[in-house]
Design a protein around this ligand. Structure first.
Ligand code: CMP
Length: 140
């Protein structure tokens, strides 16, 4: 089925000037960018996005990193988009990511891992509406 998933190009990848290379990975995998915005996340916005990780030891480091510079947030649409995006991102820890995946090629450590992608249909729905209204998404 055609799905939508929420993707974030994180501050490390924006700073490394690889937005275009990462978009090419999405496009080559058949994922369409149907919404996008660059933004500097506030502590509140980043903390709310990662609310499920609030009790994790790395939570404050995660929020600090995600607010350290601009991010590019996008909605990707395509057949099986949620799993497809996870496949091309590779494992959360770039040390475990398969060769040729975005994290293997553009990330250095688990705490600065270049991209985020929704992990389920429920997360995708929550995460998309956290950043975009329906009128900002251009299905095509
Ligand atoms: P992401 O998919 O955006 O979702 C939660 C993030 O927490 C994850 O990517 C990692 O960047 C980060 N994370 C996971 N485990 C650790 C860790 N052990 N130390 C620091 N950050 C982590």
């Amino acid at each position: 089925a055609v799905e939508r998933t929420l993707s974030i190009i994180k501050p490390d990848a924006v700073a490394d000037n690889v937005i275009g290379k990462i978009y090419t990975r999405f496009e080559d995998a058949g994922l369409k960018v149907v919404a996008a915005k660059m933004m500097l996340l506030s502590e509140e916005k980043a903390g709310g996005f990662y609310a499920e990780h609030k009790e994790r030891p790395f939570f404050s480091e995660l929020v600090e990193f995600m607010t350290s510079g601009p991010v590019l947030v996008q909605v990707l649409e395509g057949e099986g988009a949620i799993a497809q995006n996870r496949d091309i991102m590779g494992a959360t820890n770039p040390a475990d990511a398969a060769p040729g995946t975005i994290r293997a090629d553009f990330a250095k450590e688990v705490s600065r891992n270049a991209v985020h992608g929704s992990d389920s249909a429920a997360s995708a729905a929550r995460e998309i509406s956290y950043f975009f209204s329906e009128s900002e998404i251009f299905s095509r």
